[in-house]
Design a protein. Structure first.
Ligand code: CA
Length: 229
């Protein structure tokens, strides 16, 4: 089996070397890019399984790199590395499609655990969820991140795709708001259960023929939501 590839994007020498060493020791194949432009170049040439992306980079910022990556339709998991006191940046990072966030200084043990968790989730995603979901008249293309409903086509955000994958894996069973936060939003605790509700409203507008009377993305009262294909 091919080794799992991790791209480390970090300009600080000591940090880059330390991360590379730790990841190689874990058995990953590691490439290192020292600035944003080099990162985009590396991403054009190869398809890593995960990206560790520093936000504060010379030439192109980590946010620039992330935005470009998602504009190109790349779904590779991205864990952002940032300095303390960048709460606002954190939100911005998730909006741009980051999967997780680690604040410097971080413990290597914790970082490696998050890398493993992210890769595991990616593996189980790929195993269990088909690329196309059929929900009544709606056809959901998870790969293209698009919903076709009658003549209408709607784009899905990365977050919405992740919510649908989780709902699909648990189809017929309720998924709690807390579980959405844990599995879709990651370890960061700033989003509230209200965030989940807001995303469900948007998803219903895209998936349901009559969003105010949903028949597929249902409310599980007192718990969360349930998908009925
Ligand atoms: Ca930096």
């Amino acid at each position: 089996m091919a080794r799992v590839r991790v791209l480390v994007v970090e300009d600080e020498e000591a940090m880059a070397v330390g991360l590379e060493y730790a990841l190689v020791r874990e058995g990953y194949e590691v490439a290192v890019a020292r600035d944003g432009a080099a990162a985009l170049e590396a991403l054009r040439k190869s398809a890593p399984d995960l990206v560790l992306l520093d936000v504060m980079l010379p030439r192109r910022s980590g946010f620039d790199v992330l935005a470009q990556l998602r504009r190109d339709g790349r779904e590779v998991p991205v864990i952002l590395l940032t300095a303390k006191n960048q709460e606002v940046d954190k939100l911005h990072g998730f909006d741009l499609g980051a999967d997780d966030y680690v604040t410097k200084p971080f413990s290597l043990v914790e970082l490696l655990a998050r890398v493993r968790a992210r890769l595991r989730r990616r593996a189980s995603d790929a195993a269990d969820v088909p690329e196309e979901l059929v929900l009544g008249p709606a056809r959901v293309d998870l790969r293209a991140m698009r919903v076709q409903l009658g003549t209408r086509t709607e784009e899905l955000s990365l977050r919405e795709v992740d919510m649908l994958k989780l709902l699909w894996r648990e189809r017929g069973r309720p998924v709690s708001r807390e579980r959405f936060l844990d599995e879709v939003w990651g370890h960061e605790s700033f989003p509230t259960t209200r965030t989940v509700d807001q995303h469900v409203v948007k998803l219903r507008q895209k998936l349901e023929a009559d969003p105010s009377n949903p028949v597929h993305l249902l409310t599980a009262f007192g718990v969360g939501y349930r998908l009925e294909p």
